[in-house]
Design a protein around this ligand. Structure first.
Ligand code: UT7
Length: 333
């Protein structure tokens, strides 16, 4: 039987630290409000001279490869999750393929927002289990700061999101003791408009992007924060339990929960609902904000660096976000 295992994990975040106090200069907000409602203290904003979504992803991927003891030519497929691609098309996967100089391997982009990384991991896991590929780069990378409206109008979104990238190398293994056990993917498109960037879009009269769209705020991200929050605190525990039940495990078996970093209040709620002690749950939203598809691999990479991930540990990844989409993965490290 073929399985897949995470052979290496890495991350890259831009150098520029943007504190809540800096945001106070641009909009009517306070450090106290942001910390109380979200847990966030600071986030990273990209450097337009040096950072792109693809090259941030490539940098994270190089770290993951090095930690796996591998080199770019060892990779035979790329799955890239982002909601903020460098180009409308083509996707970022091909740009990573070019940057890593891996000739003609396939590259797939995934657009599943905050659940994007787990969706990408699941796709890669199926490719490996089917025997189609042996070594796959799974990347989540976002530059969200350039989408944010850093004014009073956009403040409810602007204070939450940040930039960053993370990656894992997934490798084929025949060892059932160290592998991805299962992945679980869900969506409910009835809520598509509750968290979205509406414009530009192709199904528009006239042009796909117009000055009017921009002036009307259609290109700014929109979020019905409370609707997202209410569903997130239900779906996170639900999809974690689904993964545990599928594998005959209990919540107490989890050694480390790596949730998508949406809001510290959501994470704390999930931790309490699942009856987990704080040290078994990774939280780094305080330093990076919500980095959407990048948040889980960044958190996983930091946890690995801090030796919080050991061989044999049971890890659970879980996410909820725009779509709505939600997902989990259970991993025996
Ligand atoms: O990644 C997955 C997707 N995202 C999420 O999971 C996020 C889910 N939602 C949330 O995290 C929370 O709903 C938010 C953090 C977005 C907002 O927190 P909230 O406790 O739901 O606040 P609210 O939207 O109900 O706003 C409360 C008040 C409002 O003022 P009034 O109407 O009470 O006078 C807002 O206008 O806070 C005001 N407000 C702000 N004040 C200072 C909204 N944004 C800000 C701000 N600074 N940045």
């Amino acid at each position: 039987m073929l399985f897949s295992k995470i052979a290496g994990v890495g991350h890259y975040v831009p150098e520029r630290v943007v504190t809540n106090h800096e945001l106070e200069q641009y909009m009517n907000t306070t450090d106290a409000w942001i910390r109380e409602r979200t847990g966030i203290r600071e986030r990273r904003f990209f450097n337009p001279d040096t950072d792109t979504v693809a090259n941030m992803g490539s940098r994270a991927a190089r770290v993951a490869l090095e930690r796996a003891g591998l080199h770019p030519p060892d990779v035979d497929f790329i799955v890239f999750a982002t909601i903020t691609p460098d180009y409308y098309f083509p996707g970022c996967g091909v740009l990573v393929q070019r940057e890593l100089e891996i000739p003609t391997i396939g590259a797939l982009d995934i657009r599943n927002q905050c659940s994007g990384f787990i969706y990408a991991l699941s796709v890669a896991d199926q490719f490996i289990k089917s025997g189609m590929y042996k070594t796959i780069l799974v990347i989540g990378s976002e530059i969200q700061s350039s989408l944010l409206n850093l004014s009073d109008e956009g403040r409810s979104m602007a204070v939450i999101f940040g930039d960053g990238a993370g990656a894992v190398v997934l490798q084929a293994t025949e060892d059932p003791a160290h592998r991805i056990l299962s992945t679980h993917l869900h969506a409910d498109g009835r809520y598509a408009e509750e968290l979205m960037v509406k414009d530009p879009g192709s199904s528009r009269p006239g042009r796909w992007i117009t000055r009017e769209m921009v002036e009307a705020g259609g290109t700014d991200p929109y979020m019905n924060g409370q609707a997202v929050f209410k569903q997130a605190v239900v779906r996170f525990p639900e999809v974690i339990r689904e993964a545990l039940e599928k594998n005959g495990c209990a919540a107490s078996d989890i050694d480390l929960l790596v949730p998508h970093q949406a809001n510290l209040r959501i994470t704390n709620h999930v931790q309490e609902t699942m009856g987990l002690p704080a040290e078994k749950v990774v939280s780094n939203i305080q330093r990076y904000g919500n980095t959407t598809a990048a948040s889980i691999p960044i958190a996983l990479s930091e946890a690995w660096e801090a030796a919080r991930v050991q061989p044999g540990n049971l890890l659970c990844l879980a996410a909820f976000g725009s779509g709505f989409t939600w997902a989990s993965a259970l991993i025996r490290w």
